[in-house]
Design a protein around this ligand. Structure first.
Ligand code: 5RP
Length: 255
């Protein structure tokens, strides 16, 4: 393993189909993010997500702070990239270690299923993203419609962040779960996360039949630092399409 590099290099399959009208994918992402930022109130602690959709939310919060529509908002960034954007935009930041509860977090996703279960982590920030999402009272997800799936794992691979020394063993374990893991970036120049770990992108033929079982199996592995299954975490999802922005809410819990 030599010359580690940074930077996401994984694409979601079938991403092309999102827009038939004149709106660009980036404009759809911006509209979804605007819907979410309407949730943010003055005085709140806000988790700031990572990726090309979440960056629009960070920009919108910064703009509202500058214009006075919001005040006294502090941010908790989920990656060094988001931290840089937030600083440049003038959003005061919470110290990473000093933050317990957050009022709201806004982040993107790679797949969203009808229960609002997610795959996240193609941008490589999944560990901090999960840490922020679980501490947020309300976790809001912003996506364009290409991210909506009926079954998780049908478009995106499942990212699994593992320690550098143990990725081969974790890859073998993932195969026992029915996955086909690939080291992100390859062995010569593996992608490194902000936490100094590597990522296995795991394809499941036909999607993930039992996301809860896979999540539980991965949670029990000492060298798995984080995985991209965010189950029962999202409260609201804003989905932008050429027809407008729609809101999906977390289904009621069955008794
Ligand atoms: C980063 C993530 C991103 O939120 C996810 O990959 C979506 O990114 P984008 O909005 O650029 O499609 O999980 O780790």
């Amino acid at each position: 393993m030599c010359s580690p590099r940074r930077g996401p290099d994984v694409k979601v399959r079938g991403h092309a189909a999102a827009v038939r009208a004149s709106l660009s994918i980036d404009e759809l992402k911006r509209r979804a993010a605007e819907g979410a930022v309407a949730f943010v109130k003055s005085g709140q602690r806000v988790g700031l997500g990572t990726g090309s959709t979440a960056k629009h939310a960070v920009a919108a919060i910064a703009e509202r702070l500058r214009s006075g529509r919001l005040s006294d908002v502090t941010g908790c960034p989920t990656s060094t990239a988001t931290e840089e954007q937030a600083r440049a935009g003038g959003i005061p930041l919470l110290p990473w270690n000093g933050t317990d509860k957050l009022d709201v977090a806004i982040d993107g996703a790679d797949e969203v299923d009808p229960s609002l279960w997610l795959i996240k982590g193609l941008g490589g920030a999944l560990l901090r993203e999960k840490s922020v999402a679980v501490r947020a009272q309300t976790f809001i997800v912003v996506v364009d419609e290409s991210k909506i799936v009926t079954k998780l794992g049908t478009k995106a691979p499942l990212p699994v962040e593992v320690t550098r020394t143990s990725w081969r063993a974790e890859a073998r374990f993932l195969e026992t779960l029915g996955g086909k893991p690939a080291l992100r970036g390859g062995e010569e120049r593996p992608f490194l996360t902000d936490n100094g770990n590597v990522i296995l992108d795991v394809r499941f033929v036909g999607g993930i039949d039992d996301p809860r079982a896979v999540a539980l199996a991965l949670d029990a592995r000492a060298h798995v630092q984080a995985h991209g299954l965010f189950l029962e975490m999202a409260d609201v999802v804003f989905v932008a399409s050429a027809r407008g922005v729609r809101r999906m809410d977390k289904p009621e819990q069955q008794p």
